[in-house]
Design a binder for this molecule. Structure first.
Ligand SMILES: [Zn+2]
Ligand SMILES: [Zn+2]
Length: 348
């Protein structure tokens, strides 16, 4: 039997979000039904509602930073039980059989991973996201939220957290390593905390020094304003790893110059225009330019457990469902410290 949920939907591209009622699929054998408590507002929600990235299925219910409580489980569910505190991130299905799924890297699924919203399920139905009171998700894609993490500040970890944890882990952030985080927004403020908790020495590279006090509170030991070009001269050859969270085009050669030999610059922000850089900036000292996009399910769980153990959480501004349309332009102008989270219960 299908169930209904209250939701916030964008009826068409760039339209304001409005309350509506949606249908959720009947609970399948391996499905988990979740009473959604909180959902973070990711900058990509706004890009999707604005139809900036190609695929667009309207009406659209955004939201892929979801936390809540399990209300029912299918007969074959083994990993979760009623009452469990859980989370759902950027995807809700994958083939489960290809080399990537078998390796726990579902985000690379050869058949195509199913996005939590603005996607199509393997059943052909459009997916609807977490700006809604209930969601039904296959148990494989439901993460456990550890006791030490409150559900509101945990929600942004399901996208922002894994987006930062993956490149930091993969490229060896840890004791003795110099790590730079470019940008101190929704992603950056979590990245600073994670890198510091991993034991790395963390530097923030931000346009201005306006968030320096926060950056140091999150664990950074140095903070530079990049609008002042002299920083690059001073930082030449400093970093083992730079994670770039900014979605504007940056002068990449200048950033690459701050890497050590064999250092890596990893981008997780997505500019709309192509980037330019000089291959010579990489060649002389075997430097690496890379990208990273969320991570697989086992890494999601590892990240959540790590955050609970080390006291890492998003700094949030909690809003009601009626505040989302005012929040969107503030996300675009970086006027939030540091992530909006919707109190989904206010949808009623
Ligand atoms: Zn996101
Ligand atoms: Zn697969």
């Amino acid at each position: 039997m299908t169930t209904t949920a209250r939701a916030l939907q964008a009826p068409s591209a760039k339209a304001p979000l409005e309350p509506t009622t949606i249908e959720r699929r009947a609970l399948g054998e391996t499905d988990v039904a979740i009473d959604v408590k909180f959902c973070g507002i990711c900058h990509s929600d706004i890009h999707q509602v604005d139809a900036d990235w190609g695929r667009k299925i309207f009406p659209m219910v955004p939201g892929h930073e979801i936390t809540g409580v399990v209300t029912a489980v299918g007969a074959g569910v083994t990993r979760h039980a009623e009452g469990d505190r859980v989370g759902v991130g950027c995807f809700v299905d994958s083939c489960g059989e290809c080399e990537w799924c078998v390796a726990g890297e579902e985000h690379f699924c050869a058949k195509g991973v199913v996005a939590t919203y603005n996607g199509k399920g393997y059943d052909g139905e459009p997916t609807l996201g977490g700006y809604s009171t209930h969601i039904v998700v296959d148990e494989r894609f439901v993460l456990r939220i550890p006791d030490g993490l409150e559900l509101d500040v945990a929600a942004p970890l399901l996208c922002a957290g894994i987006t930062m944890y993956n490149p930091l882990k993969r490229w060896g952030a840890g004791p003795g390593k110099q790590v730079a985080i470019v940008g101190m927004g929704g992603l950056g403020h979590v990245g600073v905390q994670l890198a510091a908790a991993m034991g790395a020495e963390v530097t923030v590279l931000s346009q201005t020094l306006s968030k320096e006090a926060d950056g140091r509170k999150f664990g950074a030991s140095a903070y530079y304003a990049t609008a002042d070009g002299s920083a690059f001269k001073e930082l030449r050859g400093r970093f083992d790893l730079i994670v770039n969270t900014v979605s504007a085009n940056l002068p990449l050669d200048a950033y690459i110059s701050t890497l050590k030999p064999r250092g890596a610059l990893v981008s997780v922000g997505l500019p709309t225009e192509p980037d330019t850089f000089h291959a010579g900036s990489l060649i002389g000292r075997d430097k690496i330019l890379s990208g990273s996009n969320v991570g697989g399910l086992p890494l999601h769980q590892e990240m959540l457990d790590f955050c609970a153990e080390h006291g890492v959480a998003a700094a949030i501004e909690l809003i009601g469902a009626d505040g989302v349309n005012e929040a969107y332009p503030r996300v675009v102008s970086s006027d939030v410290r540091y992530r909006f989270v919707i109190d989904v219960g206010s949808l009623g």
